[in-house]
Design a protein around this ligand. Structure first.
Ligand code: TRP
Ligand code: SF4
Length: 325
């Protein structure tokens, strides 16, 4: 069976963007591959080194969401990066053979340096972010790495580092392939990309009432100022959710009603909101179960940490042997 590795930084409660981005994909993959899914808590420190206090809580909340959406510790290894120290050791060895210019020309690096102005990105750790990621991936000898387009350059770098390692020492690592996650577009309440930091997110753990209130206020086609103004669904952020959640009949009905001004925006959104709320019902049930049992989440992670550590230790034995360390 082929091996898959992917990680998520501990951001706390997950939202619909995560669901239709990574999570749905992970659920499918856990059925077909040996999957290692982990909380990338060391990676969180590369941009937020001064605020480590929230990491523990965010980790538990995120893994609670993982379990509640159906990630299954009997199928996938769920663990926490910082509990498997071997990642750090392999990262160190990779850092010896990784040319600095490879890191400096990484598109994600250049973009973040330009765009993120409220954080200190001038650190060694931030530049080396993809080297740590290369260690995360290859320590399990992953064949495939499911990530969004923004992360694809990191996996490309992983391949380059692996090629270099295999060539300098001995070919012990497979070159992992990107498994590009096909994401359904999931705009936030204000039409921008859904993100916790924009305050425009619908969280998986929101109550039906919160979901209803948030989505009822969601941005629509700005052309529909008054009830009688016709609109164009494709210009309406809320309609992106209709496309994900509604039946073809409902989508037709809504599109026509929008273009002819036959339906009001609130009525239109109500049709979609019901689906969003219903779709998350099984999630809420499981989330309520775990809510009062953080110990159970800790136990799942403890088991996963152990399984991951065993696999990582075996790889590191091989690596140390190869280097004569
Ligand atoms: N860099 C990824 C992100 O920000 C998280 C991550 C860390 C990761 N290590 C990984 C993803 C290894 C895939 C494989 O989303
Ligand atoms: Fe969007 Fe529906 Fe309003 Fe059209 S009627 S703008 S699709 S919410």
């Amino acid at each position: 069976m082929e091996t898959i590795v992917s990680g998520m930084r501990p951001t706390g409660r997950l939202h619909l963007g995560h669901l239709h981005g990574a999570l749905k994909n992970w659920l499918r993959l856990q059925e077909q591959y040996q999957c290692y899914f982990f909380v990338a808590d060391w990676h969180a420190l590369t941009t937020d080194y001064a605020a480590p206090q929230g990491i523990q809580q965010s980790t538990i909340e995120m893994v609670m969401d993982w379990l509640s959406i159906g990630l299954d510790p009997a199928k996938a290894v769920l663990f926490r990066q910082s509990r498997v120290k071997e990642h750090a050791e392999l990262h160190l060895l990779y850092s010896m053979i990784t040319p600095v210019p490879w890191l400096e020309r990484n598109p994600t690096y250049k973009e973040q340096i330009k765009e993120i102005v409220d954080k200190d990105l001038s650190t060694y750790g931030f530049l080396g972010y993809p080297v740590l990621q290369a260690a995360d991936i290859t320590i399990y000898k992953a064949n495939k790495v499911p990530v969004g387009v923004d992360q694809a350059p990191h996996v490309e770098l992983t391949r380059e580092i692996v090629r270099r390692f295999n060539q300098i020492y001995r070919p012990i690592f497979p070159e992992p392939e990107v498994l590009l996650t096909e994401t359904q577009k999931m705009p936030g309440l204000d039409g921008r990309k859904m993100s916790k930091s924009y305050g425009n997110a619908v969280f998986l753990s929101d109550t039906p009432k919160e979901i209803d209130q948030k989505l009822s206020r969601m941005m629509t086609d700005p052309a529909r100022v008054r009830r009688n103004d016709p609109g164009e669904p494709e210009k309406c952020p809320a309609f992106q959710l209709h496309k994900v959640y509604c039946t073809p009949q409902e989508i037709d009905y809504v599109s026509q009603g929008c273009r002819s001004a036959g339906i009001g925006c609130l009525d239109c959104k109500k049709i979609m909101i019901k689906h969003v709320i219903d779709d998350l019902a099984p999630f809420r049930e499981k989330r309520a179960y775990y809510q009062d049992k953080p110990g159970e989440v800790e136990a799942v992670l403890a088991t996963g940490n152990q399984t991951a550590q065993k696999a990582a230790a075996a790889t590191m034995d091989e690596v140390r042997g190869t280097l004569g360390l």
